[in-house]
Design a binder for this molecule. Sequence first.
Ligand SMILES: C[S@@+](CC[C@H](N)C(=O)[O-])C[C@H]1O[C@@H](n2cnc3c(N)ncnc32)[C@H](O)[C@@H]1O
Length: 157
Amino acid sequence: MGQPVVVELGSGTGAFSRTIQERLDGRGRHIAFDVNERFTALLAERFAGLDAVTADARDVSTILAERGLGQADAIISGLPWASFRHDRQRELLDAVVDALSPQGAFTTFAYVHARRSIPARRFRRSLADRFEEVVLGRTVWANLPPALVYHCRRPQP
Ligand SMILES: C[S@@+](CC[C@H](N)C(=O)[O-])C[C@H]1O[C@@H](n2cnc3c(N)ncnc32)[C@H](O)[C@@H]1O
């Protein structure tokens, strides 16, 4: 992929942003969303190649369109899915599916300790409803707290 459009949701203090910037190595576009403007200001200062936007992840398609961009090739999420109410989870996941190209990939994480909670189980079902392929990646034990990674492909609008 020559010039990929990569979207990061809930970019926070930039633990994923650094890796995305390294992988892009000056190619494509990297748009990072967070509702907290202290975090987006920090990322804008830290990474010259990153477009840090203070906005809600539900507005991802609108913000891509404002930049003359179509759907994203990859969406990487640091959003705390298990802490969202059901309707909010649905709203945000629908926004992800709308903003992702048919060949695009959505990567997100969940905390291991919360994986049996009702919101976490509901989230997994919502992923399965919206993507043809959902693969559970390895557990990142080094993360504090340990986390699981979901790799989702072929969004089903
Ligand atoms: C778990 S933290 C971020 C993890 C991130 N990888 C890091 O390195 O800090 C979740 C982030 O999501 C942001 N957030 C929560 N709800 C959001 C929403 N609806 N849209 C955009 N950002 C949101 C929070 O402000 C917070 O910075």
